[in-house]
Design a protein around this ligand. Structure first.
Ligand code: HEC
Length: 98
């Protein structure tokens, strides 16, 4: 699937198998132990995905994916994380009642 091999650099490598986020590398510098993480992208909207993927980031490569390709990755994550996303929506509704 595209999520696992878009333009040769897998999103999963940095964002985890399902977009849940992942430690990319840990290292030490003068400030002590540093951790570089790929963020949790399970709750990002399609719009946010499009913007992120085609923008310059210090760590994340710029991909130049088409809208269809980003949509395919987005849909893939929506299906993979259906339970998590449902639970999150239910939780948000709950909070808005109180
Ligand atoms: C080399 C590691 C790496 C790869 C590969 C990578 N990302 Fe990222 N991504 C990051 C890091 C680190 C951040 C957060 C910091 C930043 O902006 O650089 C990020 C940020 C994001 C964000 C914004 C998250 C937020 O918190 O707003 C989205 C969405 C995203 N990535 C999606 C993807 C998708 C989709 C792919 C594959 C096409 C991908 N990334 C590949 C490392 C990576």
């Amino acid at each position: 699937m595209l999520y696992n091999n878009p333009r040769g650099v897998s999103c999963a490598q940095c964002h985890g198998a399902k977009g849940e986020g992942k430690i990319i590398v840990e290292f030490r510098d003068i400030h002590g132990k540093q951790t570089l993480r790929g963020s949790d992208i399970r709750l990002k909207s399609l719009e946010q995905m499009r913007n992120s993927v085609n923008r310059y980031h210090p760590v994340m490569p710029r991909y130049y994916l088409t809208d269809e390709e980003v949509k395919a990755i987005y849909d893939y994550l929506q299906v993979k994380n259906a339970d998590y996303i449902q639970a999150h929506i239910a939780f948000r509704k709950d909070k808005s009642h109180s």
